[in-house]
Write a protein of this length. Structure first.
Length: 271
């Protein structure tokens, strides 16, 4: 991010090439201008009447053939992970220019879980859920726990899910001390424990598997995401460690059987 004459330039040169998998995210230049322009107006001139005059003052450069501007045909079904990372990058850039607006990294993710199969009645079922994570700490307090990347998405009560799908949700809670420590801590992760009641398949796509969300102003990083499956109905028994299997953050067709609990720990934010 730099100024060139009268324009503010966002240059994505050096971004990784587009992926052969569905991790690509086609970043719309027009949409990017809308969000960035509105943000800058809200921060630096909150009393101005919002209009499209700022569009010509922003220059967005995204090389074709990159993961943020893939060339067709390109799969984009897991694009929400990069959407969250773009938000992280923007917050980091603004914070470098002006410490007053410095912000930690988010869980910046949209974890997806699919559970499908056939009930004993022969009816097909498909459970689709989006997981939540923590939000960065604020200047006036701790970060909120268990939020979604998209504010319009709400948490569905466990009783409602159990009514329509062959699953028991044994835990759905904020995980204490999972947010990055600091004067104000980052928001805590969501921990969800599913117990499957029918044979079926799981598909998962998540992120924050390798890299922790960073902190600012001395705050420590938050923890990474984790997926675990307990086989042979071993959860809560003395043999659970022997039957515990770490599940990758992105995978399809993980076959499960009745009684196999799977806890999902979604990532959280740093202070």
């Amino acid at each position: 991010m730099q100024k060139e004459g009268e324009k503010l330039v966002f240059d994505w040169d050096g971004t990784s090439p587009q992926s052969n998998t569905s991790m690509n995210f086609y970043l719309s230049k027009t949409m990017f201008k809308i969000f960035i322009g509105y943000y800058l107006l809200a921060i630096y001139d909150p009393h101005v009447v919002v209009n499209d005059g700022f569009h010509d003052l922003l220059d967005i450069r995204i090389p074709d053939g990159t993961i943020l501007r893939p060339i067709r045909p390109a799969a984009v079904s897991c694009r929400t992970h990069l959407l969250g990372r773009v938000m992280d990058v923007m917050q980091a850039l603004f914070g470098q220019r002006n410490p007053a607006y410095r912000c930690a990294a988010g869980f910046s993710d949209s974890p997806h879980l699919f559970y499908s199969g056939f009930k004993p009645s022969g009816d097909f079922f498909l459970l689709y859920q989006i997981g939540f994570g923590g939000v960065p700490a604020r200047p006036i307090g701790d970060g909120p726990d268990c939020h979604c990347l998209f504010p319009a998405i709400k948490s569905i009560p466990a009783e409602n899910i159990e009514l329509y799908f062959p699953v028991i949700i044994e835990a759905n809670e904020a995980l204490a001390d999972s947010g990055g420590p600091g004067y104000f801590r980052g928001g805590n992760a969501q921990r969800t424990l599913y117990r499957w009641l029918c044979e079926g398949d799981l598909s998962i796509h998540d992120d924050r598997w390798l890299v922790k969300p960073w902190g600012v102003n001395g705050g420590k990083p938050g923890s990474r995401s984790k997926k675990i499956i307990y086989r042979n109905n071993s959860y809560g028994t003395t043999s659970q460690d022997e039957n515990m299997e770490i599940v990758q953050s992105k995978m399809d067709y993980l076959h499960v059987y009745p009684g196999m609990p799977t806890p999902f720990l979604y990532p959280q934010l740093t202070p």
